[in-house]
Write a protein that binds this ligand. Structure first.
Ligand SMILES: Cc1cc2nc3c(=O)[nH]c(=O)nc-3n(C[C@H](O)[C@H](O)[C@H](O)COP(=O)(O)O)c2cc1C
Length: 236
């Protein structure tokens, strides 16, 4: 139920406007004047911090990441956020493989071995780079896109959902105070790596996401102007 309408001056400070809204609201102030849907008990609070995070988040090169990485509790939050993405048909068309501790070095040996076989002319420097890849960051999570037979959700939608899982995980990690990078490189596309990861025929890597703490301030990169990418549909 919508509460009585109270006029709030447009230029009133945010908090003043919130107070007026709270008093006017049918939920009798329980929503603290924050935005909520019209049905009581279904409150959707505003989160300026989230908006700030979304408008400032940046990827960071794994080489610049340092300890500490997300701990067990942080990781659980990140994985829960990743598995709460829009998912047509409730198919859960994704799964996650976590690399941390010694497993990063062990998987590095696998990468080195596969790269050497796929690129026989690779020199020792390059092979070392492959071997040490996952050691660059305290934590790496491979997001696996899993195609599930469905009459409702075509492959395109299931792949999009996996992309959303990657982004949710990045956003959650950023909110927890970490930095991240969503990478694919050659090893997301190698059939041999897919086999080593135990992927099924219906599965492919959406990304290897690296997480750690920042060692330097983040810079900004150019973003597309909204005018170049947004249009408004108008009937002819
Ligand atoms: C699916 C996907 C794969 C990517 N793979 C790589 C990659 O292999 N190497 C790389 O340098 N950046 C890769 N990127 C780009 C970075 O994740 C990141 O978006 C880019 O560095 C820009 O930084 P920003 O996230 O701060 O805008 C990939 C992005 C996406 C969406």
């Amino acid at each position: 139920m919508r509460g009585p309408t109270v006029k709030t001056p447009r230029n009133a400070p945010l908090f003043a406007r919130r107070d007026v809204a709270a008093r006017a609201c049918a939920c009798k102030g329980r929503c603290l004047g924050l935005r909520h849907s019209q049905s009581e008990g279904n409150i959707v609070p505003r989160s300026p911090e989230t908006i700030d995070l979304l408008l400032t988040r940046r990827s960071v090169k794994p080489l610049t990441m340092v300890e500490p990485g997300p701990d067990e509790a942080d990781l659980e939050i990140m994985l829960r956020a990743a598995s709460r993405v829009p998912d047509h048909g409730k198919l859960a068309p994704w799964r996650f493989i976590v690399f941390r501790g010694a497993a990063r070095a062990q998987f590095g040996k696998v990468l080195r071995h596969i790269f050497a076989a796929e690129e026989p002319r690779a020199d020792e420097d390059r092979l070392k780079l492959e071997e040490n890849r996952l050691l660059q960051a305290p934590l790496v999570v491979a997001v696996i896109s899993r195609l599930v037979p469905s009459k409702k959700a075509p492959e395109w939608e299931q792949r999009l959902s996996a992309g959303a899982a990657c982004q949710n995980m990045l956003v959650a990690a950023t909110a927890l105070g970490f930095v991240g990078a969503w990478l694919t490189e050659w090893y997301a596309y190698s059939d041999n790596v897919a086999k080593a990861l135990g992927l099924g025929e219906n599965e492919r890597v959406a990304g290897f996401i690296y997480f750690g703490s920042p060692s330097q301030p983040k810079d900004e990169r150019e973003r597309p102007a909204l005018a170049d990418i947004v249009s408004e549909w108008k009937s002819e």
